[in-house]
Design a protein around this ligand. Structure first.
Ligand code: DQA
Length: 138
């Protein structure tokens, strides 16, 4: 299947940002991990990371009729972005939401996810492995 993997703001800072929460592996290690999982599973994967909400929305819109699935870690936009939720609803592509950390046991403001309202499944707290589990669902 053709899968688009989207990572939101600050995930490019993996390895530097809050390693006690997000681990010491870098974003480029995450990219390599996702590519190798995808190739094992026989998926064709495209990776996209942006710190900009509009760029994420543009990428979701461009995925219309071009991808079979979306794996998204909206990062901070998880908890704020009605616009990303609307874009995912608009394109109607089956979506799995991933978070490296377990957002259900962190600060209260992280407990609500707009993207969960459209995601077929939300995978939290498994670190990099969450992306593998998401790819396996397709
Ligand atoms: C995150 C959790 C979010 O609350 C946070 O803003 C992130 C990363 C995660 O992967 O655990 O940037 O999505």
């Amino acid at each position: 299947m053709k899968i688009l993997v989207i990572n939101g703001p600050n995930l490019n800072m993996l390895g530097i940002r809050e390693p006690d929460i997000y681990g010491s592996n870098t974003y480029s290690a995450l990219e390599n991990y996702i590519k190798s999982c995808a190739s094992e599973l026989g998926h064709e994967v495209t990776l996209f990371q942006s710190n900009h909400e509009g760029a994420i929305i543009d990428t979701i819109q461009q995925a219309y009729k071009a991808y079979d699935g979306i794996v998204i870690n909206p990062a901070g936009y998880t908890h704020t972005s009605v616009a990303i939720l609307d874009a995912l609803k608009a394109v109607g592509i089956p979506t799995v939401e991933v978070h490296l950390s377990d957002i259900s046991i962190r600060e209260d403001f992280r407990k609500h996810s707009y993207v969960s309202l459209v995601a077929k499944k939300t995978i939290c707290g498994l670190g990099f492995e969450g992306y593998k589990k998401a790819l396996e669902l397709f």
